[in-house]
Design a protein. Structure first.
Length: 293
């Protein structure tokens, strides 16, 4: 069943090799190395340590990423370039992160700056055989007042990918951000799955009683959750991804679920791992009749 692997995110600045070594026995099939705002690590050294920790296990590093505002912060844009140049050391084919924003300005207003920053990065990625993917996290921004990330919805994706043509430019999809914007995650998959290069395994629960009582500007009405504890039908989501030819990883993004905070974090991640593996179809059993369509 490893056409779609189930893994987890690991912070690149906090001993990723040690974290991978600790998590590996629990059955994760992939790891995604992520950085916050800056990439200041010695990546050749980190990659060597990570690959040594993985050893001969059937585990991949599909994605490396940096999350910041590359349209306003040069060091985040430089982080993208650094990861593009070094992704091959990890065996990663995807470099992901936020598209950036011009704080307080609209999504369309920022497209010229987005193109200025990412056109050379997209060209660089293409030259190195790397795919560039933008996560759909709104970072509390809106269409008319974006914050840190333009890639909030389908209209924005269309503008961005029109500005950066090329089959190696696409999306990093996380259904929790669909739920928190009250959009249909399955409609997004039907329309955009061929351009989705990496998936975050994170979910959300919309508290509709609070929405009906106070609206979406009222008190906290949406919780981010581990997969299996939120509103996403992961069987349906994975079926749509697989039907579109997705052959990447779904890496659990933890650190958000209020029921699995602190010392319960790993417990929650392992519950998510089991849930996603089952939603993928469970354990592979060879067909006694062979490979028949």
């Amino acid at each position: 069943m490893n056409d779609i692997r189930i893994g987890t995110l690991v912070e690149g600045s906090r001993d990723p090799a040690g974290m991978i070594a600790a998590l590996l026995p629990h059955g994760f099939e992939s790891f995604s190395i992520m950085f916050w705002r800056r990439v200041e690590a010695d990546l050749p050294r980190v990659a060597e340590q990570v690959l040594r920790a993985i050893g001969d296990a059937d585990v991949t590093i599909d994605c490396v990423s940096v999350y910041g505002n590359p349209l306003e912060d040069d060091f985040t844009a430089e982080g993208f370039a650094t990861l593009i140049d070094h992704a091959h050391l990890f065996g990663a084919s995807v470099v992901a992160g936020f598209a950036g924003a011009l704080t307080g300005q609209s999504v369309p207003d920022a497209i010229p700056r987005f193109t200025e920053v990412f056109a050379p990065l997209a060209e660089r990625a293409g030259e190195r055989g790397v795919r560039l993917a933008f996560e759909n996290c709104p970072m509390e921004g809106e269409w008319d007042r974006a914050v840190w990330n333009l890639a909030i919805n389908q209209d924005a994706w269309a503008l961005m990918l029109d500005a950066l043509p090329g089959e190696h430019v696409g999306l990093q999809w996380d259904p929790s951000h669909s739920h928190e914007q009250l959009t249909d995650p399955y409609a997004e998959l039907r329309a955009w799955a061929p351009r989705i290069f990496h998936v975050h395994g994170k979910d959300a629960t919309v508290h509709w009683d609070l929405v009906r009582a106070n609206g979406v500007r009222g008190r906290h009405w949406c919780d981010h959750r581990m997969p299996g504890f939120g509103d996403t039908d992961w069987r349906k989501a994975i079926a749509l991804l697989r039907a579109a030819g997705y052959r990447g990883a779904i890496d659990v993004e933890g650190w958000h679920d209020p029921a699995f905070a602190g010392e319960r974090e790993t417990t929650g991640q392992l519950a998510a791992l089991r849930h996603l593996k089952e939603a993928r179809g469970g354990d592979f059993v060879p067909n006694p009749l062979g490979d028949r369509e």
